[in-house]
Design a protein around this ligand. Sequence first.
Ligand code: ZN
Length: 467
Amino acid sequence: MESITPIAQRRGSLAGSSLAAMVRRMLAVVLAVALAVPMLPARVHAQGGIQFVRDAEIEELLREYTEPILRAAGVGGGGLTIYLVPSKEFNAFVIDGRRIFVNVGTLMQSETPNEVIGVLAHEIGHIAGGHLAGLRNELRAAAAITIVQLILAGAAAAAGSGQAAGAIIAGGQQIAQRSLLSYRRAQEQAADRSAINYLNATHQSGKGMVRTFERFADQQLFSSRYVDPYAVSHPMARDRVAALDGLARQSPYYDTVDPPRLQLRHDLMRAKVAAYVDHPNAVKRRYPKASDSLAALYAHTIIRMRSSDYKGAIAGIDQLLKAMPDYAYFWEMKGEILTSAGRPRDAVAPLRKAVSLAPRDTALRVALGKAYVVSGDKGLQGDAIKELARVTNEQRDHAEAQRYLARAYGAVGRIPEANLASAEAALASGDYELAKQFAARTKQGAKTGTPVWLRAQDILQYRPPGR
Ligand SMILES: [Zn+2]
């Protein structure tokens, strides 16, 4: 078992440049800022939106953790989006069964899938129990994201503009969190009971949840200042944790452990997060030798890539692929290493393999589409269009896919479509003026009445909410 950094120390390092670096390295996106802008206080507005960490491997794993629990709870269903928040603090919350927010710190601190699954089960217990009625009443559906932005503002500021700004906004963050995501004791007990029911229904143990909550109860006992935000919004009295422990022990699945395959993926995920977030020396302390485990090799491979040792990184990923040739995300990592090494054309084949192994993963498809585009190979632009349009046909507001789709259309001279994709990208990012400029250009080049022309017309007539 590895040692856990004292809370005070952890908090101090939160705002460090490593997190900013992670946001840069892993692809960061700005979430539909425009939706919320009219209602945001100035400081959050100035922030320009919340940045989330995007990572196909982690998002897919968390989806696998969450979906069975959501089914057991009868909440939501399909189209689950995971938002990874670039903060080292422990936090996770669910606002509606379709959107789950998890801090990367939660993943770093949880040693087993069961710990993360238990916490998510508890969150889903709050959803199923209707404990978020206050949140729903405060703001209507379109503006729900505003609340999320307020809650997450602290994390974004910490990642973007240093500790001071982070601390200032964290004050506002806590206020929002206290009023909107604070639960009463009776609700905590109800959520605990529901969580145990979901875990029983899915044949999983409640041990991980108890373990996490025990940690928080200890924190609250010894310190009132340095508690994770999660503990603040969920009162963690010792007697409540004891009651939960009793419930968990009654389950026939109490001693059930996570399947080894899932534990391995969890270990790989934690190695990846550490390799992106922590200083290489800290990573090497945690994973002394690359040969110790697949997770250690993964961590070393990523830090080699990050320090431009591409030869070493390729050797590492090839060794990992030998051990797990059907694991899509190792192929994705090979593509990423080759792209970082300035060999985007060579990244195409591994990314194709990744998509073939996980055809439902949209993020991998976008990565492949991007690789086609940045390869500069004219012969691949048709493939780029096919891959990216598959994504944008389902998710018109996928700004990144639209941007690369625009480049692919541009490269083959399909200018009206290129302009339309640029208009969609601008629309999805909330830049309505730019969207209308591109829509106007699209109309000039397209034949009247064609689908492209009609969509451009729609964008020109679009009225943003709240204006
Ligand atoms: Zn709770």
